[in-house]
Each structure stands twice: as C-alpha cells, then as structure tokens.
Unconditional design. Structure first.
Length: 698
C-alpha cells in the first residue's frame, strides 16, 4: 500500500494569508469625524469615565484547557497498579504545536486521570463476546519478520528470521469497540467531558502468544504460535478494491473511546510485543517490587502515545477558519489508455464533500472536480517528461518510475512560475477558503516521488514514491495505472479482477492535512489503528471523533484566545461598553459549550466573541482612552454621542473579514496590529504576522 502523504514540505517559503479582524476605515472615519466636530464646538466639559465596573483583564493570551481521561482496566490486577505513580508517569501537561512551521498554538492541555477496574463478571462477559465473534486462520511465516531482542545462554538474538506457523484468532475491531460502548454503564459510563481509554490484558483468557512458544522458537523447534488480533475490512469507494486489515492490536475513534489490548500481537505493522512476551523476554516478574514499577511504566508508555496522537494531537499546519471551504480538484490524465478505468470514475465528489462536511460542520463545504488530458497543457506535458526519474536498478526491487514532484510544484505554485492561475483562482479569507488539488493519473506504475537523500536507495517502494502530498498552498496527488487496477496484481490478497484504488480516499486524506490535521501515529505507531482517514494502515474514508474534536476545538481556541486577549487590553468606555459586554457573554457561552465538548457551537459563540472584541478594540483608540475617556463636549455633544451610538447600533461600524487575497495577487496584503494599529510584518519562516512595535506575533 502506498504512502499517502509527506507531512514535511520540500520548500519552507510558502505564504500563509492569516485571518485578521479589521474595521472598515471609511465607517470608522465617520464616527471619528462626529466626535471631532463635537470636541471643537464644545463650551461645556463633560467627563465620561470608564463605563464598566469590571476592568480586570479577562484572560491571558493563551489557554489552559483541562482534559479528563478515564482509564478502564480489563484483566489487569488492581493491586499491580500504583495510580499515583502512573498519574505522575503519564503526560500531565501537553503544549500543542503547529509542526510546520514549528510554533505553539498557545494552548496548554492539563491532563487529569481517573481509574476504573472492572470486576470479574464484566471481564468474563467481554471475553465471552469476543469468543462468539472469533475467526481463526492459519498462516505461515507472517508473524515475525525479525526477532525481538532476547538472551538465551548469553547469546544475543536479534534480526533473525524464523520459520513459524501461526494459528491466528481475529476479532472484529468495530464489534469489539461497539460492545464496549454499549456496556459503558458497567464501568461508570464514558467520560462525559473527556476521553475513555480501555486497557486490557486478555493473555490468560483468549488465545495469545505465550512465553513458552517464544522459548521453543529460540530453540529452533517447530512452533505453532497462537496470537490474536483485531481486523476490519475496507473497500475503496471508487474502484472497489477490498482490503482486509488483519494485524491490529487496538481500535477506536467512532466515539471518544480508544481500546488497547496489551496482550494482542505481535503485529506486523507496529513491531511491538504483547505484554506477556515483553515481560518474559525481559525477565520481569510483575508481582515483584520492580515488576510493579515496570508494569506501570509499560502502561504509561501506551497512555502517552494515545494522549499525544489522539486525545490532544498537534496540527501539521496552522488551521484556518472560513464560512465556506471550497475543494477545487483538477484531475489530469497522463495515461495512454484513458478508459481503463474512465478517469471520471476515480473521483467521487459527493463522498468527498460529505466526509469533509462532517468535520467542518460549522461551515459550508463545496467540492468541484474538472478533468483534462495532460496534452491539453503542452508546457506541463514537457515538464513531466523532463522530470521523470529513470527506473530504479536495485536488485530484487521492481523497476519503478517516478515523476519528480518538485519541478511540478515549482511550475504550479504562486511563488514559482505561478501556473496555478491557469487552473484556479484561489481565495483565502474568513469568508471563503479554497483548497486546490491536482490529481495526476500516470501510466504503468509511475507516481510522484522526491529526490530526498533518504529516499534514493530505499528498498520499500512506498518510501520512494508517494500517493499524495499536502503543501499547504496546494495538494499534489499521483496514482498509476497499476493503482487503478491493483486487484489484478494481488499482494497478500486474492486476485480481484477489475478492482483498484481511486483518488477519493487520498484526496480526503490530503485535504485533512490542508485543514491542519496530522497523522495519528507520529509519536507512537500503535495509534495507526484508528478509525480515521488520516491513518495509514486502515483504509477508511471517515474522520475519527478525535479528528473532529481536534480541529473544531483548535478553531474555538483560536477565537477564544483572540477575544480574551483583546478584551484584556481594551478599556471599557461609553462607546464600546456594549460590545465588551456582548463579547464577554459570547465568551461565557463558548466556554460552557467548550467544556461540554460541543465544539461546533463553541466555534459559533467564540467567533461572535472575537468579532465583538475586535469592534470594542476599534472603538477605544489609544488617544481617547489613555486614562479613561476625557472629552470636551458642548451641550450638543451628548446628542452627537447619541448619533454616533445610533450609527454603531445600525451597523455603521462593524468588523469585516480580512481582505480578499488570491494567489493571483502580486503584492502582500497589509494588516494592522490589533494592539497599536501599526502595519504588521509577514514572517515567512514562521508563517505568522509580527508587530515590530509591540514585539509580538499576531
């Protein structure tokens, strides 16, 4: 299976157009003019003090967010778990980042843990259910590609191939997850304002690899090992290829629950040991003093992976809010046989739209696709020919052609030759956020590749070529004729004539990166077993609940940070008091929704809070509010203020979205600092705006 994405861009000078709250200058001038006229004509001085009694800063320019995590243990002796030590060993604080360009989101998660140990009755019911859905398959030489480090008669054994027969027991991953959700009341329910992690050790209850089997294997005895796994079947939504994903040891993501079976495996995917084998190879007696410590640390290492990858993940790119997201797909056919299959059958725009709408439920999503032959663009045709890397000549590796993605990207991107404008007019602001996608269909087994030094002599085909790459300003995708007809070239699966991989799943995955989502396995490979299109091993098209939470929570955080920090720097006056109160009310409502993990509604409230806070800021310029507002007004000044207030209420002064900025523009937009109103500087290395006067990023 091909790699779906490179999370690191080959270039670091891409421009980001950030969202910025600004005031329409002409309407602001109207209000200033009214006030100026009143001041000039004044005969009587009226002192207008700060109107609101509460002038305490509302919040700092960062957020500390508590996340509740319930750990539920099945088959783990409560006497072996030191809750205090495990809590200390688990992640307690999580500083969230945008990995590219490597900056903080200004959100700190504080992790709070609680522990539940199910009784024997619950454990027996769960084991009985698993036995009722078990499916057994016999395989040869597929459990280990290499050994795990072990000591036998002072001989270090490592990287040794084994011949082994395995009698594998498989359980449906979805069915196991659904059973645990349906029976949540029996372990005090799912965490209502956080996440539930179920940790199981079923090594003595269901067929599992045993230390004795491993020891016999070390002696070169014939061994039939008995591991168990969790499996799920996926079908390509375009061209119908069926994929059986057999080797999973954990699963979750349909709800705010993740299930981890420590006794499952070892898996071909993660190369991690089941707990009973890990303890035996390391000569650990979990009932000894150190053995208990080892066990707690072992479990904590898994908890850390789940927390970092699923419950509080980083973002790959800065996230951007818009009222409408438009995915613009250009499919370019470079095949000599364009009817095998028809290129139009490789993209399902309705599916892509529906899946994206689920995660972007706070906005409108539109998806459009156009199809063309590469020969419609002679210059691009020549570029692809000139950028095709010759077939590899590595022994034992199937010759693979690749089209170097860098020249194609440079030809398209706005900061390169700018040919993206031949295909799309890209708009990115708070009203509309366009995501351009270029999907290329190549002949034979040709795909995009990069000439990074690590990839030149890689024996894994998927590490030398790619299916897709998210570059923040656009997506590049490549599928080959072999991908479209992969069922005719079976790999560990029966032949599926006429079946293959289309573009839709890859497009959803890469657009997920474009809106900020990361892979769920960057800190621990275990979490690749999750019901998410952002994972590699499964082949589903849906976003997990963890994906939805991460993105929507992140957008709400952005607005709440902006609103809170802006209010903390804005004195309350007669002109802006209503905006301040409105912003605070929206913030309180956003906090309430946020704490209930109702992130969609929290986005709406926090957006309104940010808008009102921006309006309040613009109605309190520094020259009017240094020590509170002291304005000389004539007798008619009060009437003038009433007129100004009336204009404000009628919408004469409103914050607008950031100026329309398209990739066809040739100049950098100018944004004012929300604190001092000086022009901001764009820092491309950090993809953020910086105020030289305030010495801070916006």
């Amino acid at each position: 299976m091909q790699r779906l994405n490179y999370q690191q861009s080959p270039l670091d000078n891409r421009k980001q157009v950030g969202s910025c709250l600004v005031l329409k200058s002409d309407k602001w001038i109207i209000v200033l003019s009214i006030l100026a006229i009143l001041i000039v004509s004044g005969q009587t001085l009226i002192v207008v003090a700060a109107y609101a009694a509460d002038t305490t800063p509302y919040a700092a320019a960062r957020r500390e967010v508590p996340i509740q995590i319930k750990l539920v243990f099945i088959g783990v002796d409560q006497n072996l778990v030191n809750e205090q030590f495990m809590t200390w060993n688990n992640p307690r604080y999580r500083y969230q980042s945008y990995l590219i360009p490597g900056i903080s989101t200004n959100v700190i998660f504080t992790l709070n843990y609680s522990y539940v140990f199910v009784d024997q009755t619950f454990e027996n019911k769960f084991v009985s259910y698993l036995s009722s859905i078990a499916r057994v398959e016999k395989h040869s030489n597929v459990m280990w590609n290499y050994t795990y480090f072990g000591i036998d008669d002072n001989l270090a054994l490592n990287y040794t191939n084994f011949r082994i027969t395995t009698l594998n027991t498989f359980y449906s991953a979805d069915d196991a997850e659904n059973w645990l959700i349906d029976h949540a009341d029996e372990y005090n329910g799912l965490q209502t304002n956080g996440y539930t992690l179920i940790v199981a050790d079923l090594s003595s209850k269901v067929p599992s690899v045993t230390p004795e089997q491993y020891q016999d294997l070390m002696k070169n005895d014939e061994v039939e090992a008995t591991p168990h796994y969790y499996n799920k079947t996926f079908v390509d939504p375009d061209l119908g290829l069926v994929r059986n994903r057999r080797w999973m040891t954990s699963w979750g993501g349909n709800e705010r629950l993740y299930y981890l079976d420590l006794s499952a495996g070892p898996s071909l995917v993660t190369s991690q040991l089941p707990i009973q084998l890990a303890a035996s190879i390391n000569n650990i007696d979990v009932h000894s003093v150190y053995g208990k410590t080892w066990l707690n640390q072992y479990v904590s290492s898994y908890v850390g992976g789940v927390v970092y990858n699923l419950f509080t993940p980083d973002f790959v790119y800065p996230i951007n809010y818009a009222k409408e997201y438009r995915v613009k797909i250009m499919v370019i056919d470079n095949r000599t046989n364009p009817n095998n299959p028809r290129i139009e059958d490789t993209v399902d725009t309705d599916l892509i739209k529906n899946k994206l709408q689920e995660i972007l439920s706070f906005s409108k999503v539109e998806v459009e696709a156009d199809f063309a032959k590469v020969t419609d663009y002679p210059e691009l045709t020549k570029l692809i020919v000139d950028s095709t890397v010759p077939s590899t000549q590595i022994p034992s590796i199937e010759p693979t052609k690749a089209v170097d993605a860098i020249p194609v990207y440079e030809w398209l991107m706005n900061e390169g030759q700018g040919h993206i404008t031949d295909f799309f007019n890209v708009t990115r602001n708070m009203e509309q956020y366009d995501i351009p996608v270029f999907a290329f269909a190549f002949d034979d087994n040709c795909q995009f590749g990069f000439t990074f030094k690590e990839n030149i002599y890689d024996h894994a085909e998927e590490d030398r070529t790619i299916w897709g790459v998210s570059l923040y300003d656009m997506v590049l995708i490549s599928h080959s004729s072999r991908d479209f007809n992969r069922g005719d070239v079976p790999i560990n699966e029966p032949k599926q004539a006429g079946k293959g991989y289309g573009f839709s799943n890859t497009i959803i995955h890469e657009v997920g990166h474009m809106i900020g989502l990361n892979h769920p396995f960057i800190y621990d490979p275990t979490e690749d077993f999750v019901s998410s299109v952002m994972a590699y091993y499964p082949y589903g098209s849906e976003f997990s609940q963890f994906d939805v939470d991460a993105l929507q929570r992140g957008i709400a955080d952005q607005f709440m940070i902006y609103a809170s920090s802006t209010l903390s720097e804005t004195p309350s006056t007669l002109l802006n008091n209503m905006a301040i109160n409105s912003a605070r009310n929206y913030l309180r409502d956003a906090d309430e929704k946020y704490s209930q993990m109702n992130y969609t509604d929290a986005i709406n409230s926090s957006y309104n809070a940010a808008m009102q806070a921006a309006q309040a800021k613009m109605l309190a310029p520094n020259f009017l509010t240094t020590y509170g507002i002291l304005i000389g007004l004539a007798v008619g000044g009060v009437i003038g203020l009433a007129v100004g207030y009336f204009l404000w209420k009628k919408g004469a002064v409103v914050p607008s979205a950031s100026p329309v900025w398209t990739q066809t523009s040739t100049t950098t937009p100018q944004y004012p600092c929300t604190t001092c109103n000086q022009t901001l500087t764009w820092v491309s290395e950090y993809q953020r705006w910086y105020c030289q006067n305030c010495k801070r990023y916006q």
